[in-house]
Design a protein around this ligand. Structure first.
Ligand code: HEC
Ligand code: HEC
Length: 309
């Protein structure tokens, strides 16, 4: 591939390259001749440069081994540029390119793995999840494509859900997990600062009161928060019992798993400013067969996983 807009620049660059390399060789050859005359006459003269009082520069010839190394690099460069790309837009005698090599390797890998992917793609997610070979392949895919967000152990981080537990925003059935990966998901918790600081605080105390972890809360505030929860629209998304709804990706607020954190300040921030997070779609990028394996891997993790982070 060449990015040159016209043949002129390609020729120009090639010419400069060749002149520089050949010029180095010629220059070296002349230096060698000068050395021969100096050696013949047996005179070594100083160049007249003196440093640090006594350090003088003589016109001694270059060491032979050094000149030979230099000649070798010159010939190597010419040989290399003849067979590999490097001279302007010239492709080299071998016609090699990094893209060609990549495409070749991808084709080879495709041919090798396609039958394996195809075999698993025909099985149910649950059956694939039970297959040790499939789980290994799923894990490798996960580490390559998902770990940067969900962590190498799939246990997530603040804002990135834990995929190894039994708590799901968008549903933990095999098909729901697969849809999350294929199509992506976007959870939007709208900001509620307009309710006023007091009501937001009441709601935060109510949310904390729901947790099985007995988080400290003011019961008068929690009671007012409970009322607000039902009337200002929280229940519309999180459900009247606050257990979440897979259809909108709203989390269960009555368990001990937190996407953003359980401290009063964090919950007030969540309710007041809102939260929004996006799981990117992987359908185009990875294709059905790989996503099928990934869904099985994630499903398998949640089956063996523990309830808490
Ligand atoms: C750029 C970061 C990012 C990458 C990469 C990413 N995810 Fe996600 N993922 C998220 C976020 C953020 C969410 C939560 C979305 C929300 O808040 O609704 C999520 C949600 C999910 C869910 C739904 C969880 C639930 O509780 O319902 C699944 C399943 C999932 N991801 C699997 C994967 C898999 C498998 C991969 C690798 C192919 C992957 N993710 C790659 C950021 C990412
Ligand atoms: C439009 C639907 C919608 C409404 C209305 C809504 N929520 Fe949410 N809420 C969500 C979604 C979706 C998330 C998850 C955001 C994400 O994926 O990043 C969320 C997240 C949260 C969280 C964070 C939980 C955690 O694990 O960190 C809390 C707390 C919360 N909501 C409380 C409330 C309260 C209180 C109200 C009422 C004032 C409310 N929500 C109204 C959809 C909604």
């Amino acid at each position: 591939m060449s990015d040159f807009v016209s043949g002129f620049w390609s020729a120009y660059v090639a010419l400069i390259t060749l002149v520089s390399i050949v010029g180095c060789g010629v220059f070296l050859w002349f230096q060698g001749k000068a050395r021969a005359t100096a050696a013949a006459t047996g005179t070594v003269e100083t160049m007249g440069h003196v440093w640090d009082e006594t350090l003088e520069e003589y016109n001694n010839p270059l060491p032979r081994w050094w000149s030979w190394l230099f000649y070798i690099t010159v010939f190597f460069a010419l040989g290399y540029l003849a067979v590999y790309p490097g001279l302007g837009a010239y492709q080299g005698a071998f016609g090699w390119s990094s893209k060609g090599q990549y495409d070749g390797e991808m084709k080879q890998a495709e041919a090798q793995y396609a039958p394996i992917f195809a075999k698993f793609a025909q099985q149910e997610v649950k059956a694939v999840a039970a297959d040790p070979e499939a789980r290994k392949m799923g894990e490798r895919l996960f580490l390559t494509y998902c770990a940067q967000c969900h962590g190498s152990d799939a246990r997530g981080a603040k804002g990135f859900p834990n995929l190894a537990d039994k708590d799901w925003q968008w549903g933990g059935e095999p098909e729901q997990i697969k849809t999350s990966i294929l199509e992506g998901r976007q959870g939007v918790m709208p900001p509620h600062a307009h309710l006023g600081a007091e009501t937001v605080k009441d709601l935060a105390h109510f949310v904390r009161s729901l947790s099985p972890d007995k988080l400290a809360h003011d019961s008068a505030r929690a009671a007012r928060g409970k009322e607000a929860f039902a009337t200002v629209g929280c229940a519309g998304c999180h459900g009247p019992d606050a257990k979440g709804m897979a259809a909108v990706g709203s989390p269960n607020l009555t368990d001990s798993t937190w996407l953003y954190g359980s401290s009063e300040a964090t919950i007030i921030e969540t309710i007041g400013k809102g939260r929004s997070n996006k799981m990117p779609a992987h359908k185009e990028f990875l294709g059905e067969a790989k996503v099928h394996l990934l869904a099985a891997y994630v499903y398998g993790l949640s089956q063996g996983g523990t309830e808490k982070k």
